[in-house]
Design a protein around this ligand. Structure first.
Ligand SMILES: *Cc1c(COP(=O)(O)O)cnc(C)c1O
Length: 478
């Protein structure tokens, strides 16, 4: 009789083979990028009820189960995958995810995951350096007197944005955490801010109506010279602006706000500048595209998702701050005890986070870096941005297609013809065929098709194939 660990080794070997096969098929463009069967059919194929009842899903049956599971996935390694801002992960990074799940070390307290905690600490320092902020020394010399950056990984950019808003509030109103607040607190942002900002305002009890919108230019980029007027108007109305949130980049068309100018205005007003770089902060690693993030170092906080541009599996998001003390104050008025109470080694992230149990996300980004190297990661970002340029060129060469604006990064809006509703119908048919998977978005009030080019293995041919298929569909469904 086998012991359980030999089962496990065999099951893991079988799974490894399956995943490699899945990866290779996907890369060759076999199967569909997207394939959506009805739920009831999937539940039947996977025999979900049977296995819940019977247990004993193992060995050959387990392998068959994974086969069916993989057959019902959206294939992010497929060159036709051009849809959401979720990384096509570098495959080795997925091993980090596996090991994290296997060891199940919730590293929010050091003693529950020394390796994972150390990696998160180190990865945050790597990110701080990429921004141009001072990394933290090792915890035994870190104190409330140390001037350096800070940060942590969170389960997603939305949570990172909320954490940033809490830090901004704590700086403006240190007592708000315990006493609440009497004044009307407001947040300044461009109209095309990510919906997680409005949610943060709702969650914090500011109310979703607490966003004060700063005008944008014709393409949707925030206009720095309008910030002060919006700020003054709020103050005159008795409101207390706690932060301004800028986009780097916005989700619809992937455009970056002029961060340096925004940062300078915010500094002159003493206003917290938070950059929502969930998608676009990955440009920091690219010498070619880093200019898009120029002025980032003037900000107070930055959200940066590795699971978007950095080839890392979800989730792995970071909230970074220029001054680590601003995070320490988030969940208490007096944070200094945190550094002195602990005579055991390590660093406990838990006092700084909304989450209690937290997975070892750092291993995912670490493996992305350690496997591809920083240069490899820069090439990855450059390739994704280049693909959007190629798509823009190809769109420009076709008379029925148009783009409203040239891409800053790897996101491109475009449309066939001029009818908003047609875009939705085209996408529906395209996705139903499944060879290409794209999304659609509202941009500046109009409906567009939208590409988020996350897969570095996609080529010009794939982009041309996608456009040709849209053209064919337009002729048949009209
Ligand atoms: C993706 C994104 C978010 C949300 O991040 P999650 O990791 O999906 O929670 C927030 N803001 C912007 C600009 C984004 O692109």
């Amino acid at each position: 009789m086998s012991t359980s660990h030999t089962y496990f080794e065999r099951e893991l070997a079988a799974l490894g083979k399956r995943l490699s096969q899945y990866f290779e098929e996907s890369c060759r463009g076999e199967g569909r990028a997207i394939y959506q069967q009805p739920m009831a059919k999937i539940a039947e194929d996977l025999r979900l009820e049977h296995w819940i009842e019977a247990g004993q899903l193992q060995e050959g049956e387990l392998d068959k189960f994974f086969e069916s599971y993989l057959a019902n996935t959206t294939r992010l390694h497929h060159p036709g995958y051009m849809a959401h801002q979720v990384a096509t992960p570098e495959i080795r990074t997925s091993l980090g995810h596996l090991v994290d799940g296997f060891t199940n070390n919730p590293m929010n307290i050091y003693e529950m995951g020394p390796a994972a905690s150390t990696i998160e600490y180190t990865i945050i320092n790597w990110m701080l350096k990429e921004v141009g902020w001072e990394p933290r020394p090792w915890p035994d010399t870190l104190s409330m007197d140390t001037a350096c950056g800070g940060g942590m990984l969170t389960h997603g950019g939305s949570l990172a944005n909320l954490t940033a808003m809490l830090a901004a509030r704590a700086r403006a109103f240190p007592n708000a955490w315990t006493q609440g607040y009497q004044q009307r607190l407001v947040i300044l942002a461009p109209g095309n801010n990510h919906y997680s900002i409005e949610r943060a305002a709702g969650i914090m009890g500011l109310g979703t109506s607490a966003l004060r919108l700063v005008p944008t230019d014709k393409d949707g980029r925030l206009k720095p010279d309008h910030i002060e007027a919006v700020y003054r108007k709020a103050v005159e109305a008795g409101e207390a602006p706690i932060a301004l949130v800028s986009n780097a980049c916005g989700t619809a068309a992937g455009l970056y706000d002029p961060l340096r100018e925004v940062g300078e205005v915010c500094q002159s007003l003493g206003l917290w500048h938070h950059i929502d770089g969930a998608h676009g902060a990955g440009a920091l690693v690219s010498s070619k595209h880093r200019h898009l993030m120029d002025g980032v170092e003037l900000a107070d906080s930055l959200t940066w998702d590795a699971h978007k541009l950095l080839a890392t599996p979800s989730l792995c998001a970071a909230i970074l701050v220029r001054d680590h003390r601003t995070l320490e104050r988030n969940f208490q008025q007096e944070a200094s005890y945190l550094f002195h109470d602990k005579d055991e080694p390590g660093f406990d992230f838990i006092a700084r986070t909304i989450e209690c149990t937290k997975s070892g996300m750092g291993l995912r980004l670490f493996l992305s870096l350690a496997s591809m190297g920083r240069e490899g990661l820069a090439d990855h970002v450059d390739r994704l941005f280049e693909l959007a340029q190629i798509a823009y060129e190809e769109v420009g060469q076709r008379s029925n297609f148009s783009s409203p604006v040239a891409p800053d990064c790897n996101i491109l809006c475009f449309r066939y013809g001029d009818d908003d509703d047609l875009q939705l119908r085209l996408r529906k048919h395209l996705v139903r065929e499944g060879r290409y998977y794209i999304t659609s978005t509202l941009y500046q009030g109009r409906r567009y098709l939208r590409l988020a080019l996350m897969n570095p293995r996609a080529t010009r041919n794939d982009l041309v194939g996608m456009l040709q298929q849209i053209e064919t569909l337009a002729e048949t469904i009209n």
